[in-house]
Design a protein around this ligand. Structure first.
Ligand code: GDP
Ligand code: MG
Length: 346
């Protein structure tokens, strides 16, 4: 391998990374980590902007559970349905008014806590969380309602990383790493948002495709219960479309098999064969390495043009893990960029 050393030919154009993937795969979380690690950090003022998002996540999560309990009439067995109706109404009112300074979520905290810990809600959560698409990190916040609802609550970095807010349009962040300028573009994953992705294709140096591996037993947010669409299957279809996109044929491709922490816990209870795309798996369904490898093989089998794809298993809420992997990814991208510019020959 040799490098052209002429300064005239050294490639110092900014690297443009496009984060792509299905909804909920972890794109925005990675972007937050890049801001924290390389973009000057997350200030107290930034953290404060997440207070209402955390509370919104808690309240709408609890509301989803209450609705499901009512739908299944679980409450008839143990708790009075009128109580659930009343709390559901309160939650709706609180969510609507969350932005107004008059709302005192603190006063609701005890009710919310006992509701979350009630047998009926715990039962719905345990048995139906996949079917109702319950957000992975909402239970984390529900376990900490007193803290989250307290008057002087300021989200920690960990809390910031665990929030969920829909992304709309294209959001750019810029930073310098190892003397190279990077621009990372975060996008929305819903179908309506995917139409906007093409606006960024022409300037993309590298595509970072994010897979939410733990969603293998969940259906997509927009699919109808009578015709559920599996989230991992959708992710594979989107990946295939990205591979087929001519405008991205020169971009280097990195695949993040994300949410490895949730995946590792989930396979202990739910087989990956629950996913229609993984039914052919004939290994140990509780073995992390072999289950994750199978998912990797399934994604790579879509690479019909034999492009180089660099794969990493990631946990986007873990800052140290993201830093270590992105340092290596950035080197891969810069090397691929030099190859493309003809500056590095094998
Ligand atoms: N436990 C865990 N949660 C994650 C991970 N990646 C993302 N999340 C959470 O999953 C939810 C959706 O992530 P987000 O970045 O908004 O997904 P996006 O729709 O692709 O932008 C958020 O609550 C994140 O905190 C991960 O690796 N592990
Ligand atoms: Mg997002």
């Amino acid at each position: 391998m040799g490098i052209c050393l002429s300064s005239e030919t050294s490639n110092d154009e900014p690297i443009n990374i496009l984060l792509l993937g299905a909804p909920l795969s972890g794109k925005s979380t990675l972007c937050k980590q890049f801001s924290l690690l390389y973009g000057g950090g997350i200030s107290i003022a930034d953290k404060k902007t997440y207070i209402s998002i955390v509370r919104q996540n808690v309240l709408s999560g609890l509301r989803t559970l209450v609705k499901e309990a009512r739908k299944r009439q679980e409450d008839a067995k143990e708790e009075k349905i009128s109580k659930l109706y009343q709390i559901d109404y309160e939650l709706e009112k609180t969510i609507d008014e969350l932005e107004k300074p008059t709302v005192q979520i603190e006063t609701l905290a005890e009710d919310l806590k006992s509701l979350w810990n009630s047998n009926v809600i715990q039962r719905v959560y345990e048995h139906h969380r996949s079917a109702i698409n319950f957000d992975d990190n909402v239970a984390f916040f529900l376990d900490r309602i007193s803290e989250v609802a307290s008057f002087d609550y300021i989200p920690s970095i960990d809390h910031v990383m665990r929030t969920r807010a829909r992304t709309a349009g294209l959001n750019k962040i810029h930073f310098t790493l190892n003397d190279r300028e990077f621009t990372v573009i975060d996008v929305g994953g819903q179908l309506s948002e995917r139409r906007k992705w093409k606006r960024a294709y022409a300037t993309t140096t590298s595509v970072l495709f994010i897979v939410g591996t733990s969603c293998y037993d969940q259906s997509t947010e927009d699919s109808h219960p009578s015709n559920p669409k599996n989230q991992l299957v959708e992710s594979m279809q989107i990946f295939e479309e990205v591979l087929e996109t001519d405008e991205l044929s020169n971009a280097s491709l990195i695949l993040f098999l994300n949410k490895r922490d949730i995946f590792e816990e989930k396979i202990k209870k739910v087989s990956i064969k629950e996913c229609p795309a993984l039914v052919s798996y004939d290994g140990d369904t509780t073995d992390y390495k072999s289950c994750m490898k199978h998912i990797e093989i399934c994604f790579l089998s879509l690479n019909r043009k034999g492009r180089d794809i660099y794969v990493h298993e990631t946990c986007a809420i873990d800052t140290e893990n993201v830093d270590r992997i992105f340092q290596s990814v950035s080197e891969t991208i810069m090397t691929a960029d030099l190859h493309k510019g003809g500056l590095l020959v094998s």
